[in-house]
Design a protein around this ligand. Sequence first.
Ligand code: ADP
Ligand code: NI
Length: 217
Amino acid sequence: MHNDKIINQLTPLVRKHFEGAEAGHDWWHTYRVWRTALRLCEDEQNADRYVVSLAALLHDIADPKFHGGDEEIGPKTASSLMNRINVDKATADHVINIIRHMSFKNSFEEPHFDSLEMRIVQDADRLDAMGAIGIARAFNYGGYKNHPFYDPDIQPDLEMTKEQYQKKAAPTINHFYVKLLRLKDMMHTDRAKVLAKERHDFMERYLQRFYKEWEGS
Ligand code: ADP
Ligand code: NI
């Protein structure tokens, strides 16, 4: 099919783009979000799988965190890649809207855009921040930033603004309370709610063990 051909053209371009990326936000994160999003599509018959694939593959193509906070570089890079492989304008516009609106940071703000395809990719992206992989990503990010694993004297701050969230240097364990354990209740699709519950329970078990081992048991 024509659309499958376009996706096959896009994947090596996206993969190349991520060469040398930090492990939590690399090609394999994109790959997992794409696979998970397609899995969620199996239960969402009305979803446009082509839009979902494009949006999943392009959603982190240029993270503002690694580009001096520039929020426009992602949409721009995604547009030019879609142009290169001749994605039609209506589809490209939809994909750009999705990647502009879907990050966790933007969920501190009013949503200006919504679609089933966006919900699916957002669920898949959030699922990748949970469970075994979510734990690996959190500690990888903390290591990259040289944050401590845990500090019993620093309590998680649940009332952070978007700016504070981006700047914080709190221990990685606090990130579970600020973000990861809240993701379960943010899922849109039924299948994602089921997967999120499993991954949430796994993180809870992980934390219990972490605190036990911290005290030597
Ligand atoms: P988004 O998926 O919206 O791009 P982020 O870029 O904030 O979210 O996060 C990407 C990954 O890095 C996620 O797995 C997230 O849990 C992790 N991460 C982000 N901030 C922190 C932090 N302060 N401590 C530990 N992990 C973090
Ligand atoms: Ni992502």
